[in-house]
Design a protein around this ligand. Structure first.
Ligand code: 16G
Length: 253
């Protein structure tokens, strides 16, 4: 297989740029211009022979691209090009809507449904009193059957009385809130931070146990000034990325 043939790329052994970085650029070029999703990259042995690099250097570049979610390994088969990451929506969209808009089939598996007494923290988030009943909905969200996120939603009973009894399998929570309770969300706020999957979420998301990177999201959605949902979610960092348009700051000068 020709690695980086289009660019005529090779390793410059005189360059001060570390060799693993040079190889990374060559592999990125290969992934972006020559190979499609799920196609194999040359083996580490081939790469090391082709570019005159030690196996350790090759392993370092490949590991880096694997940890970034650009490549994935299959035990005993090789290393393959990952599907492009999904751009995290920065809109108040439901998971169902967002996946359909991308041509992916949304799925959802109930992990837990219960009604809890609000803790002090939850009460502050939802602007209710501690001890007030809150519906907790924990779901594994999938796209084309692939696990993408674990979502834990908290919704005050006062907003959606009896929500705990409503079946949700194969349904959109936001649709249910709209159709059964007349709750039409009109604004939201969200924080996104990097984290490490805990063992439960790692297993649910098919991520290696240990130190898999994830995106931790917290979202509050409102109708007017009333919080309707406080969701704490774990999204796969190897499947999602953020893309934002940048504006030039107005300095007033
Ligand atoms: C989004 C929301 C989640 C909400 C869900 C409803 C985040 C980051 N996103 O995934 O809070 O519960 O949509 O989706 O928290 P559904 O209507 O498809 O059930």
């Amino acid at each position: 297989m020709a690695a980086g043939k289009g660019s005529g790329a090779g390793i410059d052994h005189q360059s001060p740029v570390p060799k693993y970085s040079q190889l990374r650029e060559i592999l990125l070029d290969l992934v972006e211009t020559e190979l499609g999703a799920d196609q194999a990259i040359p083996s580490e042995r081939e790469l090391s022979a082709r570019f005159g690099l030690s196996r350790m250097t090759v392993r370092q570049s490949v590991d880096h691209l694997v940890s970034e979610g650009r490549l994935y390994r299959v035990q005993g088969k090789g290393t393959f090009v990952a599907r492009p990451k999904i751009e995290m929506p920065l809109r108040l969209a439901s998971f169902t809507e967002d996946m359909r808009a991308r041509g992916l089939e949304p799925g959802s598996r109930d992990l837990d449904r219960r009604t809890d007494a609000a803790s002090a923290h939850l009460a502050r988030m939802l602007l209710i009193e501690p001890g007030d009943p809150v519906h907790v909905i924990e779901r594994l969200r999938t796209a084309d059957g692939i696990p993408m996120a674990v979502e834990r939603s908290h919704i005050p009973d006062a907003v959606a009385p009896g929500l705990g009894e409503e079946p949700l399998a194969g349904r959109s929570l936001y649709d249910l809130l709209a159709s059964t309770y007349g709750v039409l969300l009109d604004r939201g706020e969200q924080t996104i931070e990097a984290g490490i999957a805990d063992p439960t979420d790692a297993a649910l998301l098919d991520l290696p146990a240990g130190a898999a990177a994830v995106l931790l999201l917290q979202r509050r959605s409102f109708v007017g000034d009333r919080p309707v949902e406080f969701a704490v979610s774990t999204y796969r960092a190897d499947r999602y990325q953020l893309h934002v348009a940048l504006e030039v700051p107005r300095t007033g000068r």
